[in-house]
Write a protein that binds this ligand. Structure first.
Ligand SMILES: [Zn+2]
Length: 190
């Protein structure tokens, strides 16, 4: 299901009318300017994403990128960055979903893709954790890998609580980004 407006200006959560900050993100310090996703993370999206992530089906990254390009405007940025994969888990699966999605988007939007963020420590899976725990789990997990352009777009596969992209965006800001726009394939909707 497409994620249709009206949306929260900041975190992209759908609502009854356009709003600057919604109940989900109000009062939270978010290091990104806005987050947008192509589709709702519903049952169908879950199936697609898990096939993509668990089995490393590369054509699914291409499909996800095509759906994003169809749904979202090309962000006005100088480069695309991505949430780096957990080393152990990406070795296990032999691929990196957020990075392959960013590469496909970079091709479509004609934007350079740069590894601007690195992981400083491994993070246990976010699944099953509450919002507070999720934030604590990823806090300080990322650091800038190199200097970032002022305007940058951070790509990830799924936006769940926003904790992961917020932590990675914060690393981009430390690396010199002034504005971080987040683009994900799917977004959990409460
Ligand atoms: Zn919001």
């Amino acid at each position: 299901m497409r994620l249709a407006p009206p949306l929260c200006d900041r975190c992209g959560s759908p609502g009854a009318w356009p709003i600057r900050r919604c109940a989900e993100c109000r009062g939270r310090r978010l290091s990104f300017a806005s987050a947008r996703a192509a589709i709702v993370y519903d049952k169908t999206a879950r199936k697609l994403v898990s096939a993509w992530k668990e089995r490393g089906q590369r054509h699914l990254a291409r499909l996800a990128a095509a759906i994003i390009v169809e749904s979202l405007a090309r962000p006005p940025v100088a480069a695309l960055a991505f949430v780096p994969a957990d080393r152990d888990r990406s070795l296990e699966r032999g691929h990196r979903p957020a990075e392959s999605l960013a590469r496909e988007l970079g091709r479509a939007w004609e934007l350079p893709v740069e590894p601007l963020v690195r992981r400083v420590r491994t993070v246990r899976p976010q699944r099953g954790l509450g919002l507070k725990e999720r934030r604590g789990n990823v806090a300080g997990a990322f650091a800038p890998a190199r200097a970032s352009p002022g305007l940058v777009c951070l790509v990830d596969d799924v936006y769940t609580s926003g904790a992961t992209v917020a932590a990675a965006a914060s690393a981009l800001r430390k690396g010199g980004a002034r504005t971080v726009e987040v683009v994900t394939f799917a977004r959990a909707v409460r």
